[in-house]
Every structure is written in structure tokens, then in C-alpha cells.
Design a protein around this ligand. Structure first.
Ligand code: AMP
Length: 215
């Protein structure tokens, strides 16, 4: 099974992706996590991507498309299903993905879009923290943990540099200008499951799992 999850930053894609991948034994392919790994490793790609990420801009397609397609092709050759989170982010990426899937005979089983109001997103992201070790997501409005439970409470929770309010608003602008048009592109080509992302986390998980299990 291969799934694509979409939605604005802070819609809950990463949180849901983590649960769904564990439940259905899928590989979680998060373009943001892959990029943050490259930045941390100070690779050539990471050094080039960092400035765009800090400013809330999209990293250029020439860097993104190969990185993701190589990852997806590797998973296909291992016979693993995957969940793509954060890619595609614009129509060019969506078209490149479609072309590669066609070439590699990879089927998209489901496309999920989480829909959340912008002001709710700003509130969520300014209070979001992530584990510096495993990337697990926390929210200080709901969790009062000093460290990551997945890493035995040892790893500190940190605020992402792009979770400052001015950068969040820029990321939302980029989402509505570049990423939202993909929904129209996909509605024409595939069945798109749109879910109200302001619902309880468990309710959203149940809706996604029900849809995926009926595939
Ligand atoms: P995310 O963790 O998905 O919110 O991504 C964090 C940042 O990484 C974004 O604000 C972009 O700068 C960059 N990024 C992630 N995925 C992509 C993508 N598919 N295309 C371009 N830039 C991306």
C-alpha cells in the first residue's frame, strides 16, 4: 500500500503519518525530516536547503525531486509500502511523481488531505516542539513532558527554527500559492479523501485507517 498525505504545515500530517505507518507497517517518507537530516549532517544538499527552510520557502525542485524519487524507488525494490508526507509540494513535483510512479509501476492506493483553518495552525505551530533525536512531535498546549518518551525521556524537546510566527505565516502563504493547487490536480486524477484536521487526533486516525483498510 502506498499513501500520500497532504495538508498545510501544522495540520497534523507528521503525527498521523507516524501512527498510520506503525499500524500498517509502512515506511514514513517525510521530506521535511529528510531535509532536516541533511542539514544536521551538513551535506551539500543540506547546506543549500537550509536557507530556504529557515525562511519558510520551498527548497528548489531540482534538489527535492531526485531525493524523494530515489527514496521511493529504493522502497519499491525492497517491496515496502510507504506513506509520503510533505511531498509533493507543488504541481511540478506532483507531475514528476506521477511520471516516476508510471515508469516504476507504483500505484498510489490513497490520497489524504487534512484541512485546518490558518489561525488554528499558527496557534498549534507556535506551541509545537519536536524531539531533537527521533523527531517525534509534541505540543506544549497538550503535553507537559520535559523530554521525549520514545527516547526514555532523555532527549530534549526543541522548537523548530521555522516554527516562529513570521515564518509560519510565510509557510502558510507558500502552501496556499504552491501546494493547494495540487489538490485540484489530484481531484481530477485520483480519489482524494479530505478530512477535517481540527477534529481530535484519535478521530482523525480512525477515519484514515477505516479508509485505508477498505482499499
Ligand atoms: P515540513 O517539515 O514538511 O513542514 O518541511 C519543512 C521545510 O522543508 C519546508 O518549509 C520547506 O522549506 C522544506 N520542504 C519540505 N518538503 C518540501 C518539498 N516537497 N519541496 C520543497 N521544500 C520542501
Amino acid at each position: 500500500m502506498n499513501v500520500i498525505i497532504m495538508g498545510p504545515p501544522g495540520a497534523g500530517k507528521g503525527t498521523q503519518a507516524e501512527i498510520i505507518c506503525e499500524e500498517l507497517d509502512l515506511a514514513h517518507v517525510s521530506s521535511g525530516d529528510l531535509l532536516r537530516g541533511e542539514v544536521k549532517a551538513k551535506s551539500k544538499l543540506g547546506l543549500e536547503a537550509e536557507g530556504y527552510m529557515k525562511a519558510g520557502e520551498l527548497v528548489p525542485d531540482r534538489l527535492m525531486i531526485n531525493m524523494i524519487l530515489n527514496k521511493v524507488k529504493g522502497l519499491k525494490s525492497e517491496g515496502r509500502g510507504f506513506l509520503l508526507d510533505g511531498f509533493p509540494r507543488n504541481v511540478e513535483q506532483a507531475k514528476a511523481l506521477d511520471a516516476s510512479f508510471q515508469e516504476e509501476s507504483i500505484e498510489v492506493s490513497s490520497l489524504i488531505a487534512l484541512v485546518v483553518d490558518s489561525e488554528e495552525i499558527v496557534a498549534r505551530l507556535t506551541s509545537r516542539r519536536v524531539c531533537g533525536t527521533c523527531n517525534k512531535i509534541f505540543n506544549i498546549r497538550e503535553d507537559s513532558k520535559p523530554g521525549c518518551d520514545k527516547c526514555d525521556g532523555e532527549a530534549p524537546l526543541v522548537k523548530r527554527k521555522d516554527d516562529e510566527e513570521d515564518v509560519i505565516r510565510q509557510r502558510l502563504k507558500v502552501y496556499s500559492e504552491s501546494t493547494e493547487p495540487i489538490l485540484g490536480y489530484y481531484r481530477e486524477k485520483h480519489e482524494l479523501l479530505e478530512i477535517d484536521g481540527s477534529q481530535e487526533k484519535d478521530t482523525i486516525t480512525a477515519l484514515i485507517l477505516k479508509a485505508l483498510k477498505s482499499e
